[in-house]
Ligand binder design. Structure first.
Ligand code: DGP
Ligand code: NA
Ligand code: NA
Length: 206
């Protein structure tokens, strides 16, 4: 049996990732694909609770310390993610290591290279779906500006970092300012192709 595909959604805040993650997961399930949804940060774990307090500004950490917590939150899920993929389950993940590097570099002033280091050794995504949304559209969306990184200047820096991280082999950019159904249709087509390719592959490459 082949392995599942590791699909990651990335983008700035309010790009519509969680909506598209849910639409994709439902559509795959309807097609009989074994699929699991995962969101990072995973705020339900002990480390995730600290991250939630940090994002909602209840506690302060130095940028580097915060970065290592976000990375630890991915590391604590590593074995479970790998097990699912090896069992043939496709993972649809809302943010992953690229968010880690892009946000931490904007927040700390450390280089992208430095910020990428803590996540090295985690399983690599097969496909990164990058949702593009403009500044104006982003700010119009619900609850904008409440959490720690939701400021225009910060988002601009993060956007530039994502552009530098984009890897043409695995990244698929999507215009996320169209209607939800059109965005979903484009993503679904690309993801079905990735699932098909991964079904012929085993085991996981790092
Ligand atoms: P989300 O729940 O996906 O909207 O993420 C919450 C916020 O945390 C969002 O502003 C993006 C940011 N974030 C996600 N992952 C990381 C990370 O690994 N490092 C840092 N510094 N920020 C992150
Ligand atoms: Na957010
Ligand atoms: Na997330």
């Amino acid at each position: 049996m082949g392995r599942g595909a590791f699909i990651v959604f990335e983008g700035l805040d309010r790009a519509g990732k969680s909506t598209q993650v849910s639409m994709l997961t439902d559509a795959l399930r309807e097609r009989g694909v074994a699929v699991q949804k995962q969101s990072f940060p995973d705020r339900s774990t002990a480390i995730g609770k600290l991250i939630d307090d940090y994002l909602t500004k209840k506690v302060e950490f130095s940028p580097e310390a915060a970065h290592l917590l976000f990375s630890a939150n991915r590391w604590e899920c590593k074995d479970r993610l790998i097990k699912s993929l090896e069992e043939g389950t496709t993972l649809v993940v809302d943010r992953y290591a690229a968010s880690g590097a892009a946000y931490a570099a904007a927040n700390s002033g450390q280089t992208l290279e430095w910020c990428s280091q803590p996540d090295r050794g985690l399983p690599a995504p097969d496909l990164v779906i990058f949702l593009r949304v403009g500044e104006e559209e982003q700010q119009k969306r619900a609850n904008w500006g409440e959490e720690r990184f939701e400021r225009v200047e910060t988002q601009r820096k993060i956007g530039k970092n994502f552009d530098r991280l984009a890897d043409s082999r695995t990244w698929f950019g999507v215009d996320a300012q169209r209607d939800k159904a059109a965005i979903h249709a484009e993503i679904l087509e690309r993801v079905l192709k990735a699932i098909h390719e991964c079904a012929d592959q085993s085991p996981l490459e790092n």
